[in-house]
Each structure stands twice: as structure tokens, then as C-alpha cells.
Design a protein around this ligand. Structure first.
Ligand code: UDP
Ligand code: MG
Length: 315
């Protein structure tokens, strides 16, 4: 029979305000699934403390002491959401048959867990993607930038599931496959679809963070967005080349035409040249910047630094 131990992996960075409520809701959810024999009674909620500065780890330890359904690992330093998830998957895949990753603030509806487990247990799916139904709780800025970003990723040839973030179920073998990826620039929602196997999607409503503030400031979000493109596609480099060729042709044509007008004394040379030089300089700097972005990534990848260290592990 198919194993049905479920681990819910929850990355936490300074989440003391939400952990009480989150743990209560997740415990209720797992207990009801255990009671109805959907999942094994060895199933757990695994919190990953991503180097928090507040009481997050104390709370996790207390929860674990009170109820063995809660487990946890503490990373030695803040390594970011994607690395925290990988650390959690590493620990969970030793015991779990299926792993669900979910944010600590429970913005993602935990009732989708039932459907995810169903797809895994009854339809033999190895991956179940949580997909946001509507984004009516997001600000207009977040909605347009996020949806626009998914479209850009598609254009660059990155395989992503529309409106899916990091709320997903993975079977043990998919988790292990994911852990075999050695790259340090992690963009999980781009890697998981590449792994393959049978998958399904489950729709849910995304709510608001019920306490505390977002741990994803605009700068971190932009970093992840850039990772998403540069880790999967070299199209921006090709685009620079094409753009450069087009611009050179235009420049040459413009130069010949304006020179003729100048020789016919119909134009002074000064103004067009200033604008042209500024434009060309901007484009050259942009091109160097994009090449630099990839060089930087290559630099980080060749060093292949460890993604995290576990300082403490419960269980
Ligand atoms: N998170 C993390 N490490 C970080 C930043 C965030 O583990 O360096 C976790 C955070 O605790 C939460 C999840 O990643 O569980 C998503 O963060 P958040 O809800 O703040 O992002 P948002 O929903 O605002 O995009
Ligand atoms: Mg959130």
C-alpha cells in the first residue's frame, strides 16, 4: 500500500506573532486527517526556523514539548525562504511519504491540504500545485506585477504554473529529486515543473497575513524575480545581441542621413549627436549589466557554498 505519512514544512523567519494560531490550525487539520485515516498518525508539522531574531525557536521548542505532532529544525543563520524550504524538505524526506510546503502566516488556505492529499493518494500525482483563484486581497500593484511576471517568465521559456507560488505537495521521490539539484540560485517554482512526474493543480483563495508584517520586502521579491529568469533562461543575453545589431543598423542609417542634411547645411550636428551618445551609452551599460548578472551567478555557482547549516534539530 502507498505510504501516507504527511509532513507539512513551514519556513519561519521572525514569526512569533503568527506561530500560536498557525500551530493550532495546522494541528486541527492534521488531526482530522489522521482521524479519518487519510494520513498516518506519524504525520507532522515541521517548522524551519530560518535564523529568526525573535522568540520563534523558543515557541517551536515549546510546541514540540507539548505535542509530538510538532517538530522543528533551526538554521544557524537567516538563509532566505527558498533555502529554508530546501532545509525542511531535506529533513522531512527522511520520514515522510508526501510533503506539503506552506507559509507560516497561513495566507494560503489550509483546506486545500485535503485535496492535495487526495490527488496524491487516489490519483497517483507526485506533485500537486496550489494555485491562487483570485488575487482580490492583493494590492493592484502586487496583482499586476505578479501576473505580469508569470507572463514574462513564460516568454523567456521558463516553465511555471500560473499563479502558483510555494504552496505545493511533493511525493518523497520528487522531494529527493529536488534535493539532488546542486545550484545555489534557487527558484523552486521553476525547478519543480522541470522534474516532471504526474501532477495536478488545486485552486484556493489567498487571504491576508493574519498577524505581523511581510518578511518579503520589495528588494527580496525583486531578487527572487531576477533569479527566476536568470536561473532558467539565457534569452536576455541573446536579446542583447539582437538589440545591439538592430541599434547598430539604425545608428548607421541615422548617421548617414543626418550627415547628408548637415552637408546640405540644413541641420547642426550638435543636438542629434548628444542624444544619440546618451542613448548608446545607456544601452551599452544595460547590456554590460545583464552580462554581469550572469557572470555573478556563475561566480556564485562555481563556489558552490553550502545552502544552510542546521544548528538544532528536534526529534
Ligand atoms: N521566510 C523565511 N525566510 C526569509 C523570509 C521569509 O523563511 O528570509 C518565510 C516567512 O516566515 C513565511 C514565508 O517565508 O513563512 C513567506 O514570507 P511572507 O509571508 O512574509 O511573504 P509574502 O506572503 O508577504 O510574500
Ligand atoms: Mg505571506
Amino acid at each position: 500500500m502507498k505510504g501516507n505519512i504527511l509532513y507539512v514544512v513551514v519556513p519561519c523567519f521572525n514569526e512569533e506573532e503568527v506561530l500560536g494560531e498557525t500551530s493550532t490550525r495546522l494541528k486541527e487539520k492534521l488531526s482530522s486527517l489522521i482521524k479519518s485515516n487519510v494520513i498516518d498518525d506519524d504525520s507532522k508539522v515541521l517548522f524551519v526556523d530560518d535564523g529568526s531574531k525573535d522568540k520563534t525557536w523558543e515557541i517551536i521548542k515549546k510546541l514540540h514539548g507539548e505535542d509530538s505532532i510538532f517538530s522543528g529544525i533551526k538554521l544557524s543563520h537567516n538563509r532566505g525562504h527558498q533555502n529554508a524550504l530546501i532545509a525542511g524538505l531535506g529533513a522531512a524526506s527522511k520520514k515522510a511519504d508526501m510533503i506539503i510546503s506552506i507559509d507560516a502566516d497561513l495566507q494560503d488556505d489550509i483546506n486545500a491540504i485535503d485535496k492535495m492529499a487526495y490527488e496524491y493518494l487516489n490519483n497517483d500525482c507526485d506533485v500537486v500545485y496550489g494555485v491562487r483563484k483570485k488575487r482580490n486581497k492583493d494590492t493592484l500593484f502586487k496583482k499586476t506585477t505578479a501576473e505580469g511576471y508569470y507572463k514574462i517568465l513564460k516568454k523567456f521559456g521558463v516553465e511555471v504554473v500560473f499563479n502558483h507560488a510555494d504552496y505545493r505537495l511533493m511525493s518523497k521521490r520528487v522531494a529527493q529529486a529536488l534535493l539532488s539539484y546542486k545550484e545555489v540560485n534557487l527558484f523552486l517554482r521553476g525547478i519543480v515543473p522541470q522534474i516532471g512526474f504526474k501532477s495536478a493543480t488545486v485552486e484556493y483563495d489567498r487571504g491576508e497575513r493574519f498577524a505581523g508584517e511581510s518578511k518579503y520586502p520589495l528588494s527580496k521579491m525583486l531578487g527572487l524575480a531576477v533569479d527566476g529568469i536568470t536561473s532558467f533562461s539565457t534569452k536576455p543575453l541573446n536579446m542583447i545581441l539582437v538589440f545591439g545589431i538592430i541599434l547598430s543598423c539604425l545608428g548607421f542609417a541615422g548617421f548617414v542621413t543626418t550627415l547628408v542634411f548637415y552637408l546640405l547645411s540644413m541641420l547642426t550636428m550638435f543636438l542629434p549627436i548628444i542624444f544619440f551618445v546618451t542613448l548608446a551609452l545607456g544601452i551599452i551599460l544595460m547590456a554590460i549589466g545583464v552580462v554581469g548578472l550572469y557572470t555573478g551567478k556563475t561566480y556564485m555557482e562555481t563556489k558552490a557554498r553550502p545552502k544552510y547549516f542546521i544548528e538544532e534539530e528536534l526529534d
